[in-house]
Design a binder for this molecule. Structure first.
Ligand SMILES: Nc1ncnc2c1ncn2[C@@H]1O[C@H](COP(=O)(O)OP(=O)(O)OP(=O)(O)O)[C@@H](O)[C@H]1O
Ligand SMILES: [Mg+2]
Length: 250
């Protein structure tokens, strides 16, 4: 479904320079929910940026559902790949209402031939998805997004990213800027949406409990390479001590 083959990226040249992504090969099946962990500088964000096109590769190939992504313009990729960033302000437009933000996502996910649904149908879709958050945002469609809290805004970003289920969802520490309670709420909501909509997902996290608890697979990245890859069954035998040992021996 998603395939990265021998992907390499060096940010800078010189004797000391090391690749951020080092001959990395990774395959994902449809519907997999993969958590990625690794220390600062391991290459996690670079990996997601390479997939969405923000980071051109030095070499290697990225294929998503038989489409070659490397070399493809990031705007074209955004038709089938959604992202939620660490910063809640990045995924939404503060000066626009909740409804208008959702309309933007609605339009972005559509092909040129798409006909806009009648307004009431669209509004119902927005309300249904917002209701999943259990934050009452379905009753605040006309409110400016700039007046929402960070947690509410990040929840909206997630609804926007999954409004028309993308072929691939990329989450880069999307809960790390939130207070612990909001972070847990957004995390469990992420899990609910990803499972309910069957979205193939790559999630970077520094929260080891989340990495263990959520997702169907866990990948450990180090110096731009996948150094451990645990499937759902192997994951059940992991614990926090084993993960901490991984970081100790780096
Ligand atoms: N724009 C850039 N210019 C130069 N080097 C960069 C740039 N972005 C990242 N790097 C380097 O590439 C390597 C991988 O960085 P990356 O941001 O992918 O790590 P990360 O695993 O996401 O780390 P963190 O957990 O801190 O977010 C690091 O050595 C980093 O310094
Ligand atoms: Mg990062």
């Amino acid at each position: 479904m998603l395939s990265l083959v021998n992907v390499t990226k060096m940010y800078s040249q010189g004797v000391e320079a090391r690749p951020a992504l080092d001959d990395l090969t990774l395959k994902l099946e449809k519907g997999e929910f993969v958590s990625i962990i690794g220390s600062n500088g391991a290459g996690k964000s670079s990996l997601l940026k390479a997939i969405c096109g923000e980071l051109p590769l030095d070499s290697g190939k990225i294929i998503l559902n038989k489409r070659q992504l490397d070399g493809m313009n990031p705007h074209r990729r955004a038709k089938f790949i959604s992202r939620v960033f660490q910063d809640p302000t990045l995924g939404t437009v503060a000066e626009m209402t909740v409804a208008d933000n959702l309309v933007l996502s609605h339009l972005r996910g559509q092909s040129a031939s798409f006909k806009i649904s009648p307004d009431n149908q669209l509004e119902n879709l927005f309300k249904d998805r917002l209701a999943l958050l259990e934050m009452g945002l379905e009753n605040r469609l006309d409110q400016l997004v700039g007046s929402l809290s960070g947690g509410q805004r990040q929840a909206l970003s997630l609804v926007m990213a999954t409004l028309h289920p993308p072929e691939l969802l990329l989450l880069d520490e999307h809960c790390s800027a939130l207070d612990p309670k909001s972070a847990q709420k957004i995390m469990s909501m992420t899990d609910k949406m990803v499972k309910q909509l069957g979205i193939t997902t790559l999630m970077v996290t520094h929260n080891m409990r989340d990495a263990l608890h959520y997702g169907s697979r866990l990948i450990m990245l180090h110096q731009g390479k996948v150094v451990h890859d645990y499937d759902a069954d192997q994951k059940t035998r992991l614990n926090l001590d084993i993960i901490h040992d991984f970081f100790e021996i780096l």
